[in-house]
Structure formats: C-alpha cells, structure tokens
Write a protein of this length. Sequence first.
Length: 750
Amino acid sequence: QNSIAAHCGGAYIEPRQQYPYSKLDPAKAAIEFSAKKTESLDPHRAKLEGDVQISQGYRQVRSDEAIFDQESRKVSLVGNIQFREPGLLLLGSEAELDSYNREVRIKNATYLLHDSSVRGSARQLTRNQDGRILIEDATYTTCDPNDNTWQLITNKIDINQSEGFATIERARLEVLKVPIFFFPRITFPIDQRRSSGVLFPMVQTNQRNGLDITQPIYLNLAPNLDATLMPRLISKRGIALGAEVRHLSRLSTTTASGSLLPQDQQEHHYRNSIKEPSDYFGQSRYLASIQHQSGFGKPWSFFIDATKVSDKNYFLDLGDEFHSQNSLTHLNQSSHFTYTNKNWIFSIRTEDYQVMSHNISKNYALLPQISANANYRFSNLFEIDAKQIFSRFSHPEKTQTQGYRHRLDYTFSWNRRSLRGFFKPSFKLSYLGYALSNGTIHERNPKVTTPSFSLDAGMFFERKRITTRKLTQTLEPRLFYVKRAFKDQSQLPDFDTKLSQPTYDLLFQENRFVGGDRLSDLDRLSMAVTSRLINEESGREILSASIAHAVHFSPSLTRLNEYEFKSEATRLKNNDSLLALKISSTLNSNWRINTDVIYDNDRNRLNKAYLGIRNNNNNRALNFAYSYSKYLSPINDWSATQNIEQIDFSGYFYYKENLNWVSKLNYDFTNHRILEVYSGLEYKSCCWRVSFLARRGLQRDDLFLFPEKDLRAENSLLFQIKFKGLAGDNGHINSILKEGIYGYGSKNSF
C-alpha cells in the first residue's frame, strides 16, 4: 500500500517470483514443464493439460493446455494464458511461444507494464526477441484498475521497452468514452526516459494577439543533448519559430533558446484601451538567451547568463502573459570566470543590461572587471585580506562619464575565537582611483585613500534543560564598532553604486553603500543580543530572537549624488539611532514564523517591518506575509516614492487526496488595490489531472516603471488537463502556482 499514491484507486502489484532460477536469463536456462496430465502425440510433440506451468529462467507461462514441439522449440497455448517477465504481464486466449527466438504471439490479449502502469487490450499482440511489443487493434491507458477515464483506441501500437517509448498510429483519444482528439501518429515516453515526439499544443487567446497556438516538438538528439522546436501561429501577427537546446556534460550544463517573428503583421495595438498604430508593424522581433555553467568539481568555474530581445515591448506583446512583466526592468547579460586555490581567488567578470522600461536610464556596462583576492591566516589568530579590483565601465551614450576604476582594500585582523566568544579588531586601508573621460566631471584622475578601524566582539552563554522538554537557551551579546574619517568624494563618478536599504545585517557592515564607488565615513556603534532555544535531543532550533541598536556618534557626510541630499528618507543625522529586531520560530515541523523590524528612534517611525507565518504539512499549505517599507529612491532626475505596505495570503488544501483548492491574495494598502488574486480547483486521479483557475491581476499597456497608478486590471480564466503517460500540458497554471504559493511543489506533482 505504501507504494500506491494516495490519489490512486489502486495499482497492479507485481508478485514475487519464488520458484528456482527465477532470476536467471532465459537464454541461459533450461525449460521446465509441469501439468496435471501429460500425453505424447508423436516422438517430437507432447500435450500438457490442466494447470500447465512452463518456466525458463525469469520467464513464466501458465495456461489450460499446451502442445510442445521439441524439434522447433515452439509451444502452442490455449485457454487462460498468462505470460510473465519482470515488469510485464500478458494475458490471452490463444498464444504461440517460440523459445528459440524468444518471441510470443497472443490473440485476444490483455497487456500490463508494471513500472509505467501502461495497460490495455488487443486483437493480437506480438512480443519480439528484443523486447518490443507490437499490438494490433488495441487500447492504451495508464489509469488505475477498473478505471478507463481516458484511453487511446488505435490500429497499431509499438512499445519499445528497452528505449522507453511507445509509438501509436491512427489513434483517437476518448475521455469518458467520448472521442475528443485524433492522432495520425504520436510518440511518447512510457517511463522517465526521454524520447523524440510531438507534445501537446499550447493554445491561448487574448485581445493583443488573437488566437495563439504553439506546437512543441521534442527531439532527443543524444543522451546528453536534446532540443525543443516551437513553431507558433499568432493570428494577428504571423508565424514565429522558437527553439531550445540543452547540453549536459561531466563538467558543464548549457541551455540556449531563442524565438523569431520574421515580420510582425499587426498594424494596430491597444494602449490604455485606445487603438493606436503599432510601432513594430513589418519589423522582425526576436529573443535570444543562453545559460552556461561549467567547472563542476574543479578549482575553476565559468558561467554565462545572457538574454537579449529586439525591443522593449517584446515580452508585453509576445511573452507569457501570465507572468508579470511590470517588474521586468532589465535583462541580464553577464559572464564570470573564477579560479581558486588555497589562498587566492582570481576572477574576470563582464556585465551588461538591456533596459526594458522607458523611464530608467541605461546602465553602465562592466567590460571587464578583473579581481585578485587573497586571504592568509597565521597561527589561527592573525588574518590578512587583500582585495584588488580593476574595472572598466562604458556607457552607450558617449556624453556620459566613462573610464576605469581601481579599488584596493587591505585588511589586517586579529581574530580570536573560542567556544565562549570571539574578539576581532581590524585595520583596513582602502583606495579608490579613476581614469575618466567624457562627462561633466572636471577631474579626470580623482582618487581617495582612507583608513578605517572596526571591532567585532561577542560572547556565548547557555543554560541547559530550562524546561521539562530538555531545551537549551543561549544568550549571545555582540558589539560592533566602525570608524572611518570623512573624505570628499564629490568628484568621484557613480558607476554601479547605490545606498543600502536598512536591514538588521547592515548594522554590522562597514559601508552603507552597495558597489565600489563610495567609501562611507562612519562613527557607529552597533549593540545586539541574540537568544536561542534549541531542542537538545534533535538539535532543532525552536526560537531565535535578536535585537540590535545602532548609534552614530557623528554625522555621515558621504553622499552618492545630489539627489540623496534632497531625499529626507536617506539623510543620516548625527544622532541617528536605529533599532532592529529579528525573530524566527519553528514551533514544530509544520509551523514557522519570521519577523523583521527596523525602527528609527529619532524620527519615531517605522522604516521596515515584515511578518511571515507559514504552515505546511502533507495535505495543506497556508502562508501569510505582511510587509512594510518606507523610503524614497532616486530614479534618474527625480525621487520615486516606493512606500510599500502589502499583505500576501496564499495556500492550498487537499480534500481526500484528490481535490485540491488553491488561492492567493496580494493586496496593496498604499494604493488601496488588489495586486493579484486567484482561486481555483484541481482534481487529480491516478491517470489524469484537471485544473481550473480564475485570476485577476494588474497589467499595464506601457513600459513606464513609475508611476504605479492607473494600472489596468485583467481577468483570466485558465484551464488545463493532463493525461498521465501522454504528452504534457502548457504548464501555465503550474508555473503560476509554484511562483505564487510557497510550498506548492513535490506534493502537487503528477
């Protein structure tokens, strides 16, 4: 019973073969007969009657009557025939067995493949010596016993067990005995192995594209190489072609994909419900993407992650409409090579982005960045870190400042650690130097050198068995002090740097900027204490609570740009005092609670808050999240308000293992609107699955990231059905649920 899925009504369990030589290859085994009655017909033939059993190694045959021809090595069988081999059962009324050629021919047959749950009936079935099963005038299904919810009615089936696929010719698909589809020819896998064939088409319709049909064709080119061709018919735009190629080797994985619409035939489109001439009429539109990773198990590694499209509206017009494109502001185009030895890490990196929104400036391209970082420890106490990074930045607009950046960070630390605590004072010398061209910056070779000091110290205390549950409580106080003097950096460019948003971990870092263009002056003390409850028997952490308080003894004067001065939310005063709280609790294997709070004591306001509650077991998942964040973010020449206050509720619930309810609600309190809501039902049996989802989400017809008001609500009804053992579905609903509901995954697989 444990091997049968809970949503299955039953399964055919293969019995154990306990007779002698049951594991021996038939080619190496003798034929053994037994019957209630034996009669010699002539010198070469014998007739067996009554509970006839014939065994040859792991092959076993039963029937009511059999005639064995010793000269031809053939056996004719009549009545209640049962033919068994590992993973295979054949039944019939008449059969002929050729023990020399290892062939079986059965009339009025019933067949069953245990491993793949494939079964059916046939007018005649032939099993060749290579294990292939040829079935004539047959049925085919993977449903559980006494359930033929769906089946294929076909003239011919060729099941290749050794290669793991079946080919069916001139078949019709019946659901509840109603014909719904006709296949001239279809090939599909009968187990987990891959095989070439035509997959189920993806069909959708919308106002933007009209009827949109994609027909995937899978090609299994080699054990480590496959491809999927995706011809696509878009009624309002024309014919497009997409493809994906995957390659796997001992050291690397590579996926390359792309699509091409040679000529966009749509003359008009709708923007904010207004019909306008299309900007891309008659133009070619494309997508190209590659992901590569290599160096597994080696001291070196290399990866590429690059995507490029023909225009900013590509995903809006031709992408997956069920995934939000409002947040897709950039397409990454990067590569990274790294070599590591005992003390050094050498790397070469390139990075560029394609901007996908109209009101965001183009990024600087990193072409390339070369770094050499070293770490040496002496006597397990003294530690030296040396970081050398050389970067070249270019910009597509030649009027922008461009050039080279050289950054050095040398740190000397005394790192004393024990079971009772740690004490780590560090002295650092940092250097920033540039060679610039173009732009409005007057100084072409600005440079800054500044020393800094930091002290990180903490202690560990614990007491055991504070309750009858055998819990250990820890107390972990921590102090972190950092001091760096102010150096004027107003002449330095901003290539890749931004101000860090407040978090608990930021209170224990030496720089409040992310990127390499600023060395922030700081005179700050962060004080924290953490307490944990740990189960002594299992070692599981039941509760962890941390609180930290940061005090600035002098104002931080280093700024990123002029817009930061205008932003009250990012200005640090000389008495800024931040309070950070972080709590996580695992009450049991099902419940988990996380809390993260950042509070500004001086302004008496909440900067950031998060509360997440999750409950997950075999039959349900419930997730609740509340998030609040208050700050201003500079976008080009203006500050965009990005205050966020949202709740997110999602979950699924199984009823009697077959019926699954799914739901999600994402609400924006700032703008008083529903960002996304959907609800649906899934029914899953052992051989088929049907899903229905009603969804409402915000969309926009332009590509402006801000403002976020006046977005258009779009309603969708999604339906998908999948038959186990046949080609897959388009996966829209699965993708939405996996992305939107935490915990939706393996339990919901089919």
